[in-house]
Design a protein around this ligand. Structure first.
Ligand code: ATP
Length: 240
């Protein structure tokens, strides 16, 4: 069933939009950081919070611990000279699974009048209808859907999700700042052909630093090496 978009109250002066970018960040990589900064720049956002998820609800368990994922995210964000990026660890502090609706409810309680913008790659957005209480999400925030190589929007939206997309799609980004929630906006970012899976696989396969430096910030790579993260569970037996 498709519900008509509701009309949220007009924004008061000074209620700047707050952008949110959730993920496992296992580990955080240049793809995350570049799309977050590119989107901030294009939509004139001054604050993008990266929100590491606790218990993965929609995917298999991550490889690094919560503490390590958070530490790597903090190192990466510390390198952002623009001061746009920040880390918000509320999902790790909460004693429940990382349902986005709960995260947005807690942010909405804190910021009743700010537009909340949930940034999400199209690969993750295509599964929206499997999320806990998904229709409620549009009562709390806007969605900014980011393209990702290999996931053309027109091809990946299910027949059930396509009408939701059509009903809520905003053609102009002003919809994201004039109202506090309820719209969808497609933002085309420069393609970033990098994924955390690729990084984990490369490390497990014994890749040297030269194969990884273009994929993630140096401080994150140093952390991974120091804590021996993403090593294979069953390393190959040494030759006799
Ligand atoms: P994994 O490979 O483990 O699935 P990932 O690289 O997709 O990880 P996540 O931490 O799961 O990273 O992603 C967090 C968010 O960042 C998601 O919305 C995802 O779609 C988006 N994202 C990650 N990498 C890119 C990329 N290269 N381009 C655009 N969006 C991305």
């Amino acid at each position: 069933m498709t519900t008509a978009p509701d009309v949220s109250p007009p924004m008061q002066a000074g209620n700047r939009p707050l952008a949110l970018f959730g993920g496992t960040f296992d580990p955080v990589h240049w793809g995350h950081l570049r799309v977050a900064l590119d989107t901030a720049n294009a939509l004139k956002l001054t604050e993008v919070r990266l929100i590491p998820s606790k218990t993965p609800v929609h995917r298999k368990a991550p490889g690094a611990s919560e503490a390590d994922r958070l530490a790597m995210l903090r190192l990466a964000v510390a390198e952002d000279r623009s001061g746009t990026l920040a880390v918000d660890d509320r999902e790790l502090r909460r004693d429940t699974p990382s349902y986005t609706v709960l995260t947005l409810q807690s942010l909405r309680a804190e910021f009743p009048a700010r537009p909340l913008l949930w940034l999400i790659g199209v690969d993750a957005f295509q599964h929206l209808m499997s999320w806990y209480q998904w229709p409620q999400l549009f009562e709390l925030a806007h969605f900014v859907v980011l393209n990702r190589p290999g996931y053309p929007v027109a091809n990946v939206l299910s027949p059930a999700l396509a009408p939701v997309w059509q009903a809520r799609l905003a053609r102009e980004p002003v919809a994201l700042t004039d109202t506090t929630h309820g719209s969808l906006y497609l933002h085309t970012v420069a393609p970033q052909a990098v994924s955390a899976t690729e990084i984990r696989n490369k490390i497990a396969a014994g890749a040297g630093d030269e194969a990884l430096t273009s994929l993630l910030p140096p401080s994150v790579l140093t952390y991974i090496r120091a804590h021996q993260l993403y090593q294979p569970e069953h390393p190959p037996l040494a030759p006799q």
